[in-house]
Design a protein around this ligand. Structure first.
Ligand code: XBP
Ligand code: MG
Length: 255
């Protein structure tokens, strides 16, 4: 039976509820360019079907903007320029503080570090966004906690493709049987499962209606000793918050 050696975390929606900040940053970039586009929460919920900010902008232009309202410039180039500014705005907002990690995230990261497990990130979001979130929530050196930060354009095909998780496992030199993945969305689950990883889902306001078939466990969040999680799907072995003991039991139960 394989021993648990690493925990792999998605970022947006898993480490922190970041999507509302992304949405605001997108709208700031559109306003700066005078495009008159407004991604409301309802519209953004639909646009989240496509991962990657550049790809999401192209998706919006092609599938949501009426023919006559589409910009007459090259959409790929426009998306690239808008996304650079959107990332500047996102970084600025997160640096301003006030974006907390979700319940249990810091506790689990610290427990894993103390027990000598490897930590990894596998995300669709852009590298500057990961760096800023980690620094603002865990401190200056916190990027060093992670043996691998696999993000954004490092891979050609973004989630739900498995590429980012396959890349992270390769860099760690580990098999999927030695790791657990933590995700928040259907695209993220499909990606982690595509890399044959047992996956823990923590739902959030943008993803609670997603199909989490195939998840090892679906929770409201990772919980805290004084703020237990809710089990939405699967067996949490009577635990009230997610810790390494539960991680080991889930890995063992799958093998
Ligand atoms: C979520 C995404 C990202 C973010 C926006 O990534 O799909 O595209 O919504 O960030 P994950 P960017 O859940 O894999 O962390 O604009 O930098 O893509
Ligand atoms: Mg996510």
């Amino acid at each position: 039976m394989a021993k648990l050696k690493a925990l792999l975390f998605d970022v947006d929606g898993t480490l922190a509820d970041t999507e509302e900040v992304h949405r605001i940053a997108f709208n700031k970039a559109f306003a700066e360019r005078g495009l008159g586009w407004d991604w409301t929460r309802a519209l953004y919920n639909q646009l989240l079907a496509v991962t990657g900010g550049k790809e999401r902008i192209q998706y919006f232009v092609k599938d949501f903007l009426p023919e006559g309202e589409r910009p007459d410039t090259d959409v790929v180039e426009l998306a690239k320029q808008l996304h650079l500014r959107k990332t500047d705005f996102y970084v600025e907002i997160v640096q301003g503080g006030g974006l907390p990690l979700r319940p249990g995230v810091k506790r689990l990261l610290e427990e894993a570090r103390d027990k000598g497990l490897l930590l990894g990130i596998a995300t669709t979001t852009s590298i500057p966004n990961v760096q800023t979130l980690l620094e603002s929530s865990l401190g200056k050196r916190s990027q060093d906690w992670f043996a691998i930060i696999a993000a954004g354009d490092l891979v050609q095909k973004k989630k739900p493709a498995a590429d980012i998780y396959v890349y992270a496992l390769e860099k760690l030199g580990l098999s999927s049987a030695e790791c657990l993945a933590f995700e928040d969305s259907e695209n993220g689950l499909l990606s982690a499962r595509g890399a044959h990883l047992a996956t823990i889902i923590t739902q959030n306001p943008f993803t609670f209606e997603h199909d989490f078939t195939g998840a090892a466990l679906v929770l409201s969040d990772l919980g805290e000793p004084d703020a237990p999680f809710e089990v939405v799907q699967g067996n949490a072995f009577d635990k009230r918050y997610f810790d390494l003991e539960l991680a080991e039991r889930i890995l063992a139960a799958r093998l």
